[in-house]
Design a protein around this ligand. Sequence first.
Ligand SMILES: [Zn+2]
Length: 487
Amino acid sequence: MKIYNSMTGKKEEFIPINGKEVKMYACGITVYDLSHIGHARQAMVYSMIADYLRYRGYDVKYVRNYTDVDDKIINRANERGKDALEFSNEQIIENEKDMCALHVDNADVMTKASEYIDKIINFVSDLIEKGYAYPIEKGDVYYRVRKFNEYGKLSHRKIDELLNGVRVDVEEGKEDPIDFALWKSAKPGEIYWDSPWGKGRPGWHIECSVMALDTLGESIDIHGGGRDLVFPHHENEIAQSEALTGKPFAKYWSHCGLIKINGEKMSKSLGNFITIRDALMDYNYEVLKYVMFSKHYGSDVDIVDSDFTIAEKHLYYFYNSILKMNSFISQYNGDINGELLDDEVISGIKSCFIEAMDDDFNTVSAIANLHSVFKDINSIIESSNKGNRQIVANTLAKAISDINEVYGILGLFKQEPESFINELKKKYVKKLGLDVDFVENEIARRTEAKKEKNYELADSIRSDLDSKGVILSDGVNGTVWDIKELY
Ligand SMILES: [Zn+2]
């Protein structure tokens, strides 16, 4: 199995530090507002990586944090007249509702900065003792960056280059502009904890070093987060952790790409900030997963409106195929252990998925395989005959079981096909300016007309619906309708 390592800039063979044990930490969100689809992507990606590693037999412990003490939180809480922690806890609850609606599982351990204050204070004290940190008069504690010789090894830049373009706080007593805060003295009205340096609160970077050490130990296998965290956040985590333990902090650094919407960075001022909640009002959660996993997790991506409609069409086709498979399987009692067709595509569902995913979690190629799989399945169903129906049913049973087994890791095909299909039809019929009742009434009227041999009326009803975007097909079980745009 290969995984891209931002530290070396290469795809490397994945070999955990300790046998089959995988310790993974991913930086979570700062909870001061509703989560957007960029947060959704990261949560989906690291949860998928954890699930896939488990599928491949690894024993995974996955930890993710909430930053629940921070300037943005304090400001937002003050604006709303709330206590900072009360406010951030409310935001955590809202975030968890969104993740639940997205069907993204929590990590095995979810940590909060505010619950680690004592351990943070101990960590900072140890860094001071080792000469890597110093307190200033006012009660802040800074990390002495130039003392850590390898600083810049993740972002591959030298300290003096890093200083360009970084907002530098001028602070009396600070030894070097590049030094960063481990502990911040409390300003009047701010939340604080008592510490050896006075009332204050932790800086942002220190919490992840402390929580990773506490929950996973000195060296972890995979450290993940958004690409925007490489510098300074992850660089600083390395400096803190490795200065304390003298051991490599993480073996593989994994970064999830960032999202642009229709060519522009997501921002509130541009009005293109899509919260998870808004996205779920418009799209089924599997559509969102399909869009995200149709792009490689490591790439920065530009999401355009058509990505969602394309995902809907693809899933509509897949779910309709599953519906056909299910009815064929139940009609002919398909048995997964019975005789199977010799079909390369179906027998390769799992191995192709594994081959794609073993190559740095290449969900793009895994999803591309789905198209050939369902194309093959449909042609098997269409060409089945009296002589081979049983074998076809067995093969379809095997196919659906394998599809569910592996594509379930991407969170796909977890819904009842009928309900997914009907939800989408309802949405699209509404887009046409119609509703389901109207369409069904028209179909009843047409059936009645046909019964009365009024074929002219029957045809005109059909062509009227057709011109509106609704197609009818007559079968043994009566007339069914569908949406032209979904094909
Ligand atoms: Zn972090």
